[in-house]
Every structure is written in structure tokens, then in C-alpha cells.
Design a protein around this ligand. Sequence first.
Ligand code: AMP
Length: 407
Amino acid sequence: MELNKKSVDDINVKGKRVLCRCDFNVPLKDGKITDENRLVAALPTIKKLIADGGKVILCSHLGKVKTEEDKKTKTLAPVAKRLSELLGQEVKFAADPEVVGPNAKAAVAAMKDGDVVLLENTRFRPEETKNGEAFSKDLASLADVFVNDAFGTAHRSHCSNVGVAEELRKEGKPAVVGYLMQKEIDYLGKAVEDPVRPFVAILGGAKVADKLNVISNLLEKCDTLIIGGGMAYTFIKAQGYSVGKSLCDDSKIDYCKEMMEKAKKLGKKLLLPVDAVIVDDFPDPIDGDVDTEVVDVTAIPDGKEACDIGPKTAEMFANEVASAKTVVWNGPMGVFENPTLAAGTLKVAQALADSDATTIIGGGDSAAAVNQMGLGSKMSHISTGGGASLEFLEGKELPGIAAADEK
Ligand code: AMP
């Protein structure tokens, strides 16, 4: 993928209508924002566009919109209010159910340089997630320039990140990336294309089928691939051991065998757990009390479930991280939501925190784990997109990035 994209530093937005796709997909409870990290993260690009005298039109999706009822609870109105406070200037909310309607058009027509307008949740339009032409054209009609700063949706081809850029390109108008997107491209792109070695990649978590596909590409790029979490037990079974009730995707056993062969052929280290923390039943509630036992992965009894890597494995993984110069981590090593099953994830997180390597956390649950452990600030980069960062690591072209102009 061509990653040398034009950014907000490469264009002149003075007096222009700038449509900026942000990721304002924040958690809401009773209409109140419960975590505003995504708003804070969007500020640098927005402030830059204001300072440069653009007419800044913000847009984003918020959750999934399936019913009319969703339209009441998934409005971006609370985001406009909070953004106004964070920016110290009014963010005018254009409350159109069709997103680009009379309110939006009037608000944009009345804008002065440096003003900010926020459009309604882009998913109020059913065409949004289908990259339908009508909504892409509506969005493009509001803009002279498009800025995409929403990495979390970059792996999707939607109107507000891809269709609108294509419409504007037809008119010779620029589509560039914002600072957040640029940072993702810089960190993930460098890790995949030109890492400082040794490059250690760590995969864990529960979405076995999703992540197995990343393995093939990562094996070609990294020096060591570490597999922990629920991912590991399909491999353990592929080695001929039984895994009890542990997570396992039987349809991928042959694939795991192929990957172990591939690692051997390429001369890459593939590290799998040697011991595991087992329980009788998956904890319910997830943070409820559990009795645990540590066993070798070659001796997981029938009826038991491996829910964390064992201490020998944690030590081995941490040692590998200690000698790395680039580390990419996606997915926890165990059921970290439960304090009794979090030790493996904590040990690996601490190893990354203590390392002087470039450390990249691939979003989603690993980001939550690192933040929960208070180690977020010790990482070089925490990706804002779980799914997007995985597809990036798979070597796929992300449509949201591809749609931006090249330098
Ligand atoms: P993912 O979204 O694929 O990164 O998966 C994250 C989830 O994986 C977390 O909620 C963990 O509790 C879960 N997880 C990690 N290791 C295991 C395991 N060995 N068995 C079951 N679930 C796990």
C-alpha cells in the first residue's frame, strides 16, 4: 500500500470549507459522554484547521443505527456540546435526520473562517455503510477539502471516509489525512515495512478466526511471533495435544500446522505457551471468583479451560520482548478482566513498558488492558483502531487510507 499520503500540513485551507471525518464514536450513558478520549485525540487536527482559517465541518458515526429509536439515543448533540467546551468556541450542531439537510446547509452557508459545525451521526443515513452515491454526493456538496482523521473506520469503505473523497476528487478537490491518521500510518507502516530489528509481534485475545489470518503476513515481517491468549490453543491442538474446553477453532488446525511449517522454513521464531492457568469453568461474571491451577500445555485435562498463560510462558514472552527493538501487540494473553487471570497479560504489558523498543498496541482489548494497568503512557503508540490495525498488519490496503491523495 502506498503510505506517503498528503496531510493537513500539505494544504492551504484558508477560507475553504473543510469536511473533517473524525472518530467521535464515544460511549454514552443517559446522554452523557463517559469516556472523552476520542474527542481529546481529535483536537490537534481540528485546532490546526481552525488556526489556518478553514471553515471546519466535522462529521462522524456514533454506534450502530438500526431502528428509529437508535436515532434518539445516538445523536451527536452531546459531542457538539462537549467539543465546544474543549475547543473554547462554539461548535454549531446541525441537527438534520438526513445529516446533510436544511440545518447543515444553512449552518455551512453562514460560516466564517475558523468557525466549526458538527453534522449529525453519519449512520443516520442508511447509505453510509454501503458507500452509496447519494450520501457521498451530499457530503461532497458541503466541502472544498476533505480531511480523514478516523483511523478506526479506515478498514471500511463508507460514504464519509471513501465515497466523499472520490466525489471530491472528480472535481479536482483534495482529500488528505489528519494528524491522528498520520500517526497511525507512521507507526504501523514503519513496523510493517521497515522495522528496527529484532521485531517481535505478539498476538492474543479471543477472536481466533479473525486473527489467524494475520499470522501469515506477520511471519514474513517479524523476527519472532508470540502467540498467547485464546489464540494459542488451536496451535497447541495442532501440535497433537488436547486442550480441554479451551478456545479452539478446529477448522483452522491445518492452517496452524502450515503456519508452524512456514515459520520453520523462514527461520522465524514462533513462540507458543508452555504452561497455562486453567479453570473448571469460564468465570461468570467475568471478574468473579475462580479457582485456578497451573499445568503444562501438554497436560490440559478434559473439561478444563485455559484462561491465562502460565508463569513459565509469561517469563519466556517477557524475555523475548526485553531483547526486541520493535514490538507490536494485539490481544490479551488471558482473561485479563478477571484479576486472577490477568497475570500473564500484566507481565507482558510490563515488559513492553520497561523496554526501550518502539512499542505499538493494536487497539481494542490490548489497549484497554494496558490502560487499565496504568501503563498506557509507557507505550510508543496505542492504536485507535482494533479492526483497522489488524487489517493493516495483515498487509491489506485500508480503503480509508487509500482514498487520500498521495504526496
Ligand atoms: P480480542 O477482542 O480478540 O482481542 O479478545 C479479547 C478477549 O479475549 C478478552 O475479553 C479476553 O478475556 C479474552 N481472552 C483472552 N485469552 C483468553 C482465553 N485463553 N480464553 C478465553 N478468552 C480469552
